[in-house]
Design a protein around this ligand. Structure first.
Ligand code: ANZ
Length: 954
């Protein structure tokens, strides 16, 4: 405790102190819980309540829910929770039915890593962590509807996560209708012949396994053997979104390799266009929209076929089909299937020595190069600065417009997972191709005339000329000429020409890949899938959900040497024979099955949790349609519906937000919900940063024990350096909300966090500054309560004009700030009003006191509730109407100020009655009439009598 609580307490037993705050806060939290103060009624169902409240306009205000981490909360974590709470309280006081609650995202790697490190079962450690966090959060007085809270690990919750998985598994994307449809409708089309069955045989002639394979090509959740990101260090595969730009795991920072493993995927690529298009209607920060657009990465271009003798054609994807005449060689990704087919037995006559890599045959060269490429990540392979490597396959292809035979290489700068895994190389106009062509002494042809003065001979250039702002040259054969056209027109012309001849077509390519959906971990939702004796997958019927995660002794992931790419994952659930091997009746009598032993990724549970908040106890549906429609359905300005406000960190720009949007769209298509988007408005709060102090060795020292002296920082007598960084245990600078609540109370903490600056800006924590907000609450208290008796000191006489103006200006400003989430300026206005009342002296009017308390209520709800009751009310402040400003007192009253020069009136100014002498003097001297009258004469003296008179002696 600091010196704030002194002996003065004895003289003033009813002063607002930390002890008093603790008492008030605990008392009201209990009352709120007991009375269900924050419960928001649904229009129907088990959470239906007062129909008059359910008839109000609704607001669904949500935070990104927390992981129950072992470290507990530091003061940075609740910044967003406090902000949504203030916003929700204001919305509630402004006539809305407000849904605000918080659950826990409790499956997944972080919780599991913690369990493994501490040697406790993840359920035990996760539940303990949740209890701890719940207590920490409760202390903050957050107005959550607790009936709606849950954790993603609750079987009643993940039953529906599994159910949604089955919906996705049992649907396909109909690209004509541009929506998901039940797989049964596809089967019907195959059966009755309205859709052709891929391959040569009829549906009726296929075995069950063959049918399953065909359907697997359509299902929105499907198993595939495509190369995946394998992370031996974590012992699991990862989604592209979980791999960093330098090819390592986002969690743990281990190397990630490409490996062919059979894994579950979600066909998110089917939704690429809709995920892009619907961004336009969302009220999200532009930066986040841009990140999603880039991640989806829509590229318009063309596919073009290059014939390889009579072996077949190599299809390339290019965004610069206009440069086709300049394609002087080709490159296949080393893993491309065509490579084996085109490689000849021997090097063709006269093959350039640099192209062979010193190998005796093309097959040998290709083999050696493939091995080398496999050990690199996609990012390493694509690094611009890196020297280009590759090898000639021995094959040539025909450029379809120039008719030239161009050599075909394999090189790691071409990726298998993008476009067609093959490119036409245009070294004169693409930098990577330019570098490669230089290294391998390949020809270059300029087909877009450089707009600078480098000329048209690429052999004299330093780099490719890649600009779009130029005209085509050297691009004509007997049938088509692009010469003289701009890039855009040339593209259109060549694309049509290729399409006419059936050797190309315009196409759109996406960077987005399907979402790798299985993990080799214990702590996740089990898949509701079993395999029969032929290995054919079967969905469990809804009646068998939830499929509970078995209690096991050995839940640890099998991890490997992080650098050993040749390892194979082992799922913890597979060690559990009794659980894995089961006899089930799936409708055709009891049979033996083997369960899927992968688990879902931690993103699954957060893909749809907003929906469950709406109707958390429904055991027949994931959400009742009428209830979903009420809280999230489309409405004016929200054509795709969604949560009214979603607050969280910007780090979730792609992962969680993209996955959740994808699931919403599927559920929407299948008719389960009316909102095609989960989150209408997104807001990213800034971070609370903290100073990090480091000793001479660069090691962080405990921030709380550092002293400031003579402008320097000292720890145990040693000078330390100070920089602003993240807050956290590892940097020894974490401050917990518990400490601050103990020292000042939760209301002070709430006010301080909201007052620190604009919500979306990062700000440094400064424990010494917290006391400022504590003092504000003390002054507020003293303005209303007698510190000797504890009684309210207000009087029933009407406030004076000045006070009315101060009050209504504050009301007006605070209301606007609250709606605009500018809580820092709202606090400044409340402080100003409170100071005005302090200065006026004497008891304040009851109406002023009451309205002040109502203004404070969203920000500091405990002290507001206490003062409200001390003012004689018996109902909660939470449900009072927020004050409304009387416009008559809001407009600034002005007075006319006369400006005289040498005794003559030269100007009249309309000014505020409270203007200072200095401001008034400045205003007068800047007035154009005054400037003109002075005509540059030297000013000898200015006499100011604010607000009415300025006298200038020149
Ligand atoms: C010829 C060309 C000429 C290209 C030129 C570019 C400039 P975005 O915009 O990202 O979609 N490309 C295609 N598939 C590739 C793969 N699997 N691995 C590596 N590169 C690939 O990029 C499309 C361009 O990237 C394509 O257009 C292709 O090179 C290359 F002056 O084709 B271009």
């Amino acid at each position: 405790m600091t010196e704030i609580n002194t002996a003065a307490e004895t003289a003033a037993p009813h002063r607002y102190t930390a002890a008093m705050a603790a008492d008030i806060e605990a008392r009201w939290q209990d009352v709120w819980d007991a009375e269900g103060t924050y419960e928001a009624p649904n229009p129907s169902g088990d959470l239906a309540g007062d129909p008059a409240i359910a008839a109000r306009p609704k607001k669904f205000i949500m935070d990104m829910f927390p992981y129950p981490s072992g470290a507990g909360l530091h003061v940075g974590h609740p910044l967003g929770y406090i902000a949504t709470d203030v916003f929700a309280r204001h919305a509630r006081m402004s006539g809305h039915n407000v849904l605000h609650t918080l659950g826990f995202d409790a499956f997944g790697l972080p919780a599991e890593q913690y369990a493994v490190q501490t040697g406790t079962h993840p359920r035990v450690s996760t539940e303990a962590n949740m209890e701890n966090m719940k207590a920490q959060l409760r202390r903050l007085g957050l107005g959550h509807d607790k009936r709606r809270s849950f954790a993603t690990i609750d079987p009643e919750y993940y039953k529906w996560t599994q159910w949604i998985f089955l919906q996705i598994y049992n649907s396909w994307y109909d690209s004509e209708a541009a929506k998901a449809r039940p797989i049964a409708e596809l089967i019907e089309q195959f059966e009755n012949g309205t859709r052709e069955v891929p391959g040569t045989r009829a549906w009726a002639d296929l075995t069950a396994a063959e049918r399953a394979d065909v359907l697997g090509e359509y299902r929105l959740a499907y198993a595939s053997d495509a190369p995946v990101n394998w992370c031996p260090g974590l012992g699991t595969v990862l989604a592209n979104e979980e791999v960093t730009a330098d090819g390592r795991s986002e969690r743990g920072n281990f190397p990630v390799f490409k490996a062919k493993l059979r894994q579950w995927n979600m066909r998110i690529t089917a939704y690429a266009d809709r995920l892009l298009d619907d961004l336009d209607g969302l009220d999200w920060p532009e930066a986040i929209k841009l990140q999603q657009r880039n991640w989806i990465g829509r590229s318009e271009g063309a596919r073009v076929d290059f014939q390889v003798g009579d072996t077949g054609a190599i299809t390339v994807f290019t965004t610069r089909q206009d440069t086709l005449f300049g394609a002087t060689y080709m490159v296949l990704a080393p893993e491309h299937d065509l490579v084996e087919k085109i490689v000849p037995a021997a090097w063709p006559e006269g093959t350039h020595a640099v192209w062979t890599g010193g190998h005796a045959t093309p097959a040998e060269a290709v083999d050696a190069y493939r091995k080398q490429a496999a050990s690199k990540s996609d990012v390493e392979r694509q690094a611009d600065a890196k020297e280009k490597t590759g090898v000639f396959t021995g094959a040539y292809a025909t450029n379809p417009v120039s008719g030239e035979q161009v050599p075909v290489f394999i090189a790691d700068y071409v990726l298998m997972g993008y476009g067609t895994g093959a490119i036409m190389a245009v070294p004169a106009h693409d930098s990577r191709d330019f570098a490669f062509a230089r290294a391998f002494e390949l020809p270059m042809r300029c087909v877009v005339e450089p707009s600078d003065d480098r000329g048209t001979d690429p052999s004299t250039w330093d780099d490719a000329f890649g600009s779009y702002e130029a005209k085509l040259v050297n691009s004509a054969n007997g049938e088509i000429s692009l010469d003289g056209l701009g890039v855009v027109d040339a593209k259109a012309k060549i694309t049509a020409w290729l399409a006419d001849r059936g050797i190309g077509e315009g196409t759109v390519n996406f960077r987005l890949r399907d979402w790798l959906f299985s993990r080799q971990r214990y702590w996740g939702e089990p898949f509701p899938i079993v395999y029969d004796e032929d290995g054919v997958a079967h969905a469990l019927p809804e009646s068998m959900l939830p499929l509970e995660l078995p209690e096991v002794e050995d839940y640890s992931p099998r991890t490997f040497d992080p650098d050993d790419a040749d390892t194979q994952p082992e799922t913890p659930l597979s060690r559990n024979e009794e659980w894995v091997n089961v006899t089930l009746d799936l409708g055709d009598g009891p049979k033996k099955y083997r369960r899927e032993t992968n688990t879902m990724p931690n993103w699954a549970g957060s893909c749809w949790y907003e929906l469950r908040y709406l109707d958390p106890h429904n055991d027949r549906k994931l959400v009742d349609p009428a209830i979903e429609q009420y809280w999230m359905g489309p409405r004016d300005g929200m054509p795709t519906g969604g949560v009214d406000l979603y607050v969280g960190g910007a780090e979730h720009a792609v992962l969680h937000l993209l996955y959740a949007r994808f699931w919403s769209k599927i559920l929407f298509d299948l008719g389960h919900i009316s909102s095609a988007e989960p989150f209408h408005k997104l807001y990213n709060q800034g971070m609370i940063q903290a100073f990090v102090y480091r000793d001479a060795r660069g090691i962080a020292v405990p921030a709380a024990e550092v002293e400031e002296r003579d402008g320097a920082y000292w720890y145990e007598g040693e000078k330390v350096s100070r920089v602003l960084g993240k807050m956290g245990k590892s940097l020894k600078n974490a401050v917990t909300p518990d400490e601050i609540c103990a020292e000042f109370g939760a209301d002070t903490l709430r006010l301080y966090e909201m007052a620190m600056g604009p919500l979306d800006v990062s700000r440094p924590w400064d424990t010494r500054a917290v006391v400022g907000q504590y003092r504000l609450l003390q002054r507020l208290w003293r303005n209303i309560v007698d510190e000797a008796t504890g009684e309210a000191t207000v009087v029933d006489t009407a406030p004076d004009e000045d006070t009315l103006r101060a009050l209504h200006k504050a009301i007006d400003g605070v209301a606007q700030d609250m709606a605009g989430m500018r809580f820092n300026t709202a606090i400044a206005k409340i402080t100003e009003l409170n100071n005005h009342l302090t200065k006026s002296g004497g008891a304040i009017s009851r109406t002023v006191a009451e309205q002040l308390v109502l203004l404070v209520a969203p920000l500091a709800p405990h002290i507001a509730e206490e003062l409200w009751h001390r003012l004689g009310h018996t109902d909660s402040v939470v449900h009072q109407d927020f004050p409304v400003a009387d416009p008559a007192y809001v407009v600034d009253e002005t007075v006319t100020c006369v400006v005289q020069i040498k005794g003559k009136v030269r100007a009249r100014l309309e000014v505020s009655p409270s203007i200072t002498d200095a401001d008034l003097e400045a205003l007068a001297l800047a007035d154009p009439h005054v400037v003109a009258a002075l005509g540059g004469a030297e000013i000898r003296k200015v006499i100011v009598r604010a607000p009415k008179l300025v006298n200038i002696v020149a």
